[in-house]
Design a protein around this ligand. Sequence first.
Ligand SMILES: C[S@@+](CC[C@H](N)C(=O)[O-])C[C@H]1O[C@@H](n2cnc3c(N)ncnc32)[C@H](O)[C@@H]1O
Length: 178
Amino acid sequence: MRGPSRDEREYARAEDTFLLEDGIAGLSGRAALDIGTGSGYLARALERSFGLVVATDINLAALRAQTFRAKNRVCCDGAGALRGAFDLVICNMPYVASGPVEVYATDGGRGGVEVPLRIMRSAIPRVARGGRFLFVTSSLSRPDELEALARSMGMSTRVVSSRKMFFESLLLMEASRA
Ligand SMILES: C[S@@+](CC[C@H](N)C(=O)[O-])C[C@H]1O[C@@H](n2cnc3c(N)ncnc32)[C@H](O)[C@@H]1O
């Protein structure tokens, strides 16, 4: 069995990146967290309107070679290295159904939801009171399981918007804390 390549490069921006970009337009606050930052494109957008932005990725090679260099980069699983509360947490999930994860940028593990569930468990405790977690996933990757987990962790959920692709819809989803 092959593990993820340590040399894997960053995820090139795509439709899912731009769906999340639309979702963060106009948002501002004190602190934001971009989980799975990849190229750093979204973190750099957040830096324009949030006082502090932290960008994490599990892939050190991608973080080192970022096209859009985020100010604060942390290599960790989800938000595992972080403490404190962020007004906004975002993640463009790796959501392709796979066996064992071989490509960090895209593989979501079992059903395409295994990695997103792990990221969500680590992300939600970092959402401040009155804050939100905005994430992108696919209609094919068991979004109902993500909603159920978020609700079990005390969040309200909704689908903010969607974009039809060939065989699936990309979903921009929100889990908010009252
Ligand atoms: C679909 S790409 C999104 C990249 C970028 N945010 C964008 O929107 O273009 C998913 C990113 O999540 C990272 N990733 C995968 N599993 C992760 C995990 N458990 N914790 C943190 N980052 C992870 C990947 O390395 C990759 O950069």
